[in-house]
Design a protein around this ligand. Structure first.
Ligand SMILES: NC(=O)c1ccc[n+]([C@@H]2O[C@H](COP(=O)([O-])OP(=O)(O)OC[C@H]3O[C@@H](n4cnc5c(N)ncnc54)[C@H](O)[C@@H]3O)[C@@H](O)[C@H]2O)c1
Ligand SMILES: O=P(O)(O)OC[C@H](O)CO
Length: 325
């Protein structure tokens, strides 16, 4: 197969490498000329995935149209830029597999809804799960959720992209797959704050469990299935991202927990911490859906400059309630 990948960051590059290692020819669109140039000349992405040698089956390009002439296209831009990038791609009926994690600001739409608006003729699937790019690129075992409203398409794409160490599980629950990936980034910031503020491992476990309750409440309100939220793209990714400094979101939270200003932590960064963009969008979407998300609200407050201790005290002093979603 010829596979297109849109987005030459760490994740797009790692996915390109997985697809190339399966014997596919890969066309990788990158926004930065230097990324295109260095991938084609020395077969490395020195900007975004520096430690991984890349297959010669990967050809990088700045031409979106050329990437569109492939059998399937993986879309791996930052969530807030997906709409604009897709508007430059021909809507020619090739399957799109969305691999980004977030909710669009303003419209409050999930990314498959955005893609469907822009690419009405193209079948859409979502790939999400516990996937640090550097581990995937190194060929370490990884499992993901692959979702499409057309379950036959999900199963077919899963067959086509599976590799011995890259194992997709098909589902028809697109909203569930997307909501897990978007919400866990916000919760990873919260867990990083717990770490940075020295609140201990009990508190982190509590944050993961109550964060999962929050993810489930929001997911159910937006039509997700509970088994997807408890699967790879929900609980699986939540556990990964909430327990490792390899996560950009967790690391951002550590900085906040140590009392560093959000502005300082977010300015001049080349890599994305999607949770920072998703948090205010999720707060608005939750409010619109009538869903209580106190951890998300606390993350928003910290990103907006609130002091750590009063935000933690406010969370701890909420009225007691029964356990459950
Ligand atoms: N890195 C991972 O391990 C990983 C794993 C799973 C999912 N994701 C998701 O993949 C998506 C991409 O993340 P990443 O880690 O590959 O990125 P990255 O942080 O490695 O690189 C930043 C990317 O943003 C792009 N970018 C910056 N400004 C842009 C603009 N105006 N328009 C279009 N693109 C722009 C850059 O070209 C680059 O590709 C995110 O939604 C992320 O949550 C990442
Ligand atoms: O580094 P993060 O926090 O963007 O997490 C990367 C992936 O989403 C983990 O599955």
């Amino acid at each position: 197969m010829k596979i297109g990948v849109i987005g030459g960051g760490a994740w797009g590059t790692a996915l390109a490498q997985v697809m190339a290692s399966g014997g596919n020819d890969v066309r990788l669109w990158a926004r930065e000329k230097e990324v295109v140039s260095v991938i084609n000349s020395v077969h490395r992405n020195t900007l975004f995935l520096p430690d991984c040698p890349l297959s010669e089956r990967i050809t990088a390009t700045g031409e979106l149209g050329w990437v569109g002439e492939t059998d399937a296209i993986l879309v791996v831009t930052p969530a807030q830029h997906m709409r604009t990038v897709l508007e430059g791609l021909p809507d020619n009926g090739r399957p799109l597999i969305l691999c980004s994690k977030g909710i669009e600001a303003g419209s409050l739409k999930l990314l498959h809804e955005v893609a469907h608006e822009v690419m009405a003729s193209s079948p859409i699937a979502v790939l999400s799960g516990p996937t640090f790019a550097h581990e995937v690129a190194a060929g370490l075992p990884t499992a993901v959720t692959l979702a499409s409203a057309d379950e036959e398409l999900a199963r077919d794409l899963a067959e086509r992209i599976a590799q011995p160490t890259f194992r997709p599980y098909a589902t028809g629950d697109v909203a569930g797959a997307e909501i897990g990936g978007a919400v866990k980034n916000v919760l990873a910031i919260a867990c990083g704050v717990v770490d940075g503020a020295g609140l201990g491992q009990n508190a982190r476990a509590a944050m993961i469990a109550r964060g999962f309750a929050e993810m489930t409440r929001f997911g159910l309100a937006r039509g997700a299935r509970v088994e997807t939220l408890g699967g790879l793209s929900g609980l699986g990714d939540l556990v990964l991202t909430c327990t490792s400094t390899s996560s950009r979101n967790f690391s951002l939270g550590v900085g906040l927990g140590e009392g560093k200003p959000a502005r300082e932590l977010l300015e001049d960064r080349r890599t994305v911490a999607e949770g920072a963009a998703t948090a205010p969008v999720l707060r608005e979407a939750a409010s619109e859906a009538g869903v209580d998300m106190p951890i998300t609200q606390a993350v928003c407050a910290l990103l907006e400059g609130a002091q750590v201790r009063p935000v933690i005290d406010a969370l701890l002093n909420r009225p007691l309630r029964a356990e459950g979603v």
